[in-house]
Ligand binder design. Sequence first.
Ligand SMILES: [Zn+2]
Length: 248
Amino acid sequence: MSLFRDDGVVLRAQKLGEADRIITLLTRQHGKVRAVARGVRKTKSKFGARLEPFSHVDVQFFSRGSELVGRGLPLCTQVETIAPYGGSIVTDYGRYTAGTAMLETAERFAENEGEPAVQQYLLLVGGLRTLAAGVHESHLVMDAFLLRSLAVNGYGASFTDCAKCGLEGPNRFFSLPAGGVLCVDCRVPGCAVPSPETLVLLGALLSGDWRTADACEPRYWREGSGLVAAYLQWHLERGIRSMRYVEK
Ligand SMILES: [Zn+2]
């Protein structure tokens, strides 16, 4: 029997039986953790209210090793709220949809339970804080989070220098497999050619230059969002394919 304590962000809360929930968290020290919260679906459960998606919490877990505790998962025995980001996120459609995509992406990148993903955790906490504050457009906060999540997981994109030969930018030919823009000599068939302003925007989102990102025209926001989504999809799908290959 063991007790452990960690900070985490609630990614998901699924029903378990009549009154319980399985909570999925991205924690600071233990990566993705799934745990059972007992009695949280009863009305007026303060415990349950603290364990809603987007909440940043300090949790004490109780693990009984191999003994079955609700499907063998640890129990949440104490929960303290660090920051209830959900409050200002779920009441705004734009924030909610952006935030949901952020939680899902964080979970995909922290797939292996118990394996620390500290940088991903810190990015998620920072991203939700920014999203909840409502200072920047929600979709920009999401795109910045997605680009940085890709970067901390080894898929950092280049939006200025050539991703292949390093030729100093600006370069215009954007390639998903190459991981960013390519110069005239390195370009391959099938490159996208986004507006130069869009590439500046994406670089700004990756580096945290909010002044540039906020001031950008909406059409470049839209083009940038499309490229970020394609880049993320490309890596996640590739991830799934390579995992299937390993399992066989
Ligand atoms: Zn090149």
